[in-house]
Design a binder for this molecule. Structure first.
Ligand SMILES: Nc1ncnc2c1ncn2[C@@H]1O[C@H](COP(=O)(O)OP(=O)(O)OP(=O)(O)O)[C@@H](O)[C@H]1O
Length: 253
C-alpha cells in the first residue's frame, strides 16, 4: 500500500556546478514503498539529482544547491546532518564497489561504524542482509573469502546487502545493472521488486525496458529539467509531452 505522505518532497530544486545550471526547478514527490525510475539521455542530470537526495553532491567543489528537499517532512540540508541522512538513504553505484575485504567484513563494515561490536549481533546482520539481497545461499560457505573474488553480479548483490546492513529507509541505485550480464540484471530487478515492500527505491537507468518492467513511477529528464513524471504505465503508453514520446520511441538520446 502506498503511504499518503511522500517519502521525499522536492520543490524548486536548482543545482549549479560553478556557472553550469545542472538541475532546473525540479518539483517531485517520491512515494514510499515504490520504485521510482529516472530516465533520459546522457548528461541530463539524473545522477546529479539522485546524488542530491543523500547529499553526495556536498562533496563536489563549487556546487550550489537551492530549493527544498524534505525526507519525511524534514529538510535534508537544515534539519539533519549528512551522516544521519546517508544512514537513512543508502546508495548503490553503477560499478560494483566492494571493499578489498572479506565478504563478512564488507557487510559488517557499516554496522561496526555505528557501534555494533558483538560477534553474535554482527553474524545475525550479515546473514539477514545477505538473505535480503538473495545471495546468502551462494555465499554462506565463503564468508571469509575476499569479496573481490566474486562475479560482477554477485558483487553488486553484495553491495546491495552492504547497503541493507545499516537498515536504510531509501535505496538510491545509479544504473546498478549497466555493468552486468542479463541473468545478473534480472536477479537485481527481481530483488528491487522484492525490496520495495520494506524500502523506497529510486533508480537511474538507461534501459527503458527495465524502467517499464520494475518501476511504479518514471521521471523523464532532459537538459536538467523533469519534462514528465507519471505512473510508469501511463508515461510509456501515453506520454504527455512530445519530447518524452521521441525519447521512449528511440528517436533521440
Ligand atoms: N562534478 C561536476 N562538476 C561539473 N559538472 C558536472 C559534475 N558532475 C556532473 N556534471 C555535469 O552535469 C550534467 C549532468 O550530469 P549527470 O551525471 O547528472 O547526468 P546523467 O543524466 O546522470 O548522465 P549519464 O546518464 O551519462 O550518467 C552533465 O553536463 C555533467 O557534465
Amino acid at each position: 500500500m502506498t503511504d499518503m505522505k511522500p517519502k521525499f518532497d522536492i520543490e524548486k530544486l536548482n543545482l549549479h556546478y560553478g556557472s553550469f545550471h545542472a538541475l532546473k526547478d525540479i518539483n517531485m514527490q517520491i512515494s514510499a514503498h515504490e520504485i521510482t525510475a529516472f530516465i533520459g539521455p546522457s548528461g541530463c542530470g539524473k545522477s546529479t539529482f539522485l546524488k542530491t537526495l543523500n547529499r553526495m553532491n556536498d562533496l563536489v567543489e563549487n556546487v550550489k544547491i537551492d530549493g527544498k528537499v524534505e525526507l519525511d517532512g524534514q529538510n535534508i540540508f537544515k534539519d539533519m546532518d549528512a551522516i544521519t541522512l546517508r544512514h537513512k538513504v543508502g546508495m548503490v553505484f553503477q560499478q560494483p564497489n566492494p571493499f578489498p575485504k572479506s565478504i563478512y567484513d564488507n557487510i559488517a563494515y557499516g554496522p561496526r561504524i555505528f557501534g555494533i561490536t558483538r560477534k553474535a549481533d554482527l553474524d545475525e546482520i550479515v546473514e539477514k542482509s545477505l538473505r535480503q539481497a538473495a545471495i546468502w545461499d551462494e555465499l554462506k560457505d565463503r564468508l571469509n573469502k575476499s569479496a573481490l573474488g566474486l562475479s560482477g553480479g554477485q558483487q553488486q548483490r553484495l553491495c546491495i546487502a552492504r547497503t541493507l546492513a545499516v537498515e536504510p529507509e531509501v535505496i538510491l541505485m545509479d544504473e546498478p545493472t549497466s555493468a552486468l550480464d542479463p541473468i545478473s540484471t534480472s536477479k537485481i530487478e527481481d530483488l528491487a521488486m522484492e525490496l520495495k515492500d520494506k524500502y523506497t527505491i529510486v533508480i537511474v537507468t538507461h534501459n527503458m525496458q527495465q524502467a517499464a518492467r520494475i518501476s511504479d513511477k518514471t521521471a523523464f529528464f532532459l537538459l536538467g529539467e523533469v519534462v514528465e513524471y507519471n505512473n510508469t504505465s501511463d508515461l510509456f503508453a501515453n506520454p504527455g509531452d512530445e519530447r518524452t514520446e521521441s525519447y521512449i520511441t528511440g528517436r533521440f538520446g
